[in-house]
Design a protein around this ligand. Structure first.
Ligand SMILES: [Ca+2]
Ligand SMILES: [Ca+2]
Ligand SMILES: [Ca+2]
Length: 158
């Protein structure tokens, strides 16, 4: 601190603090290679805001999750306020193929997709770049039906 004017220190703090305030805790995740991990589990539901708070769509946001079983019917829900910035999303596989997308004009986007094989999949949240906050929920159809069970219950119908 010796010989450094206070105004210089304050300016430095403002500059370094600004990016964190403008976006979410999952940055940097602007490309597939930088995608943030979502701890998806078969039969369960994972909610982004329960992990490190809601997302903010100020630039491209990529997330990845792993499916350990073949034939999972994955349900991906995105919630936000459309009036605060249009947000869209797509489901992408490891080969960068877009499997499905949702680009509506309401306060949510929804993708329901049958994943034939186990593997790593990506959710790409993008479009308006207005700094709109959102929540992301990933579940599978068995998770929907298992909602009445206590967490940790591993019982299945099949
Ligand atoms: Ca973000
Ligand atoms: Ca981002
Ligand atoms: Ca949209």
């Amino acid at each position: 601190m010796h010989n450094i004017p206070v105004s210089t220190i304050l300016a430095f703090l403002l500059i370094t603090a600004a990016p964190a305030a403008a976006d979410d805790m999952y940055e940097e995740n602007d490309t597939m290679l930088e995608a943030s991990w979502i701890p998806f589990e078969f039969g369960g539901t994972v909610v982004l805001s329960d992990l490190a708070g809601p997302g903010i769509q100020a630039d491209d946001d990529w997330y990845w999750f792993e499916v350990e079983n073949d034939g999972v019917d994955v349900v991906i829900e995105l919630e936000f306020t459309h009036a605060e910035g249009d947000v869209d999303m797509e489901l992408v596989d490891e080969t960068e193929t877009v499997l499905d997308f949702s680009d509506g004009t309401d306060d949510f986007e929804l993708i329901v997709y049958h994943l034939p094989t186990a593997g790593v999949y990506f959710v790409h949240v993008y479009y308006g770049n207005q700094g709109n906050s959102y929540d992301l929920r990933i579940s599978d159809e068995s998770g929907v039906f298992a909602d009445g069970f206590e967490s940790g219950d591993t019982s299945r119908w099949f």
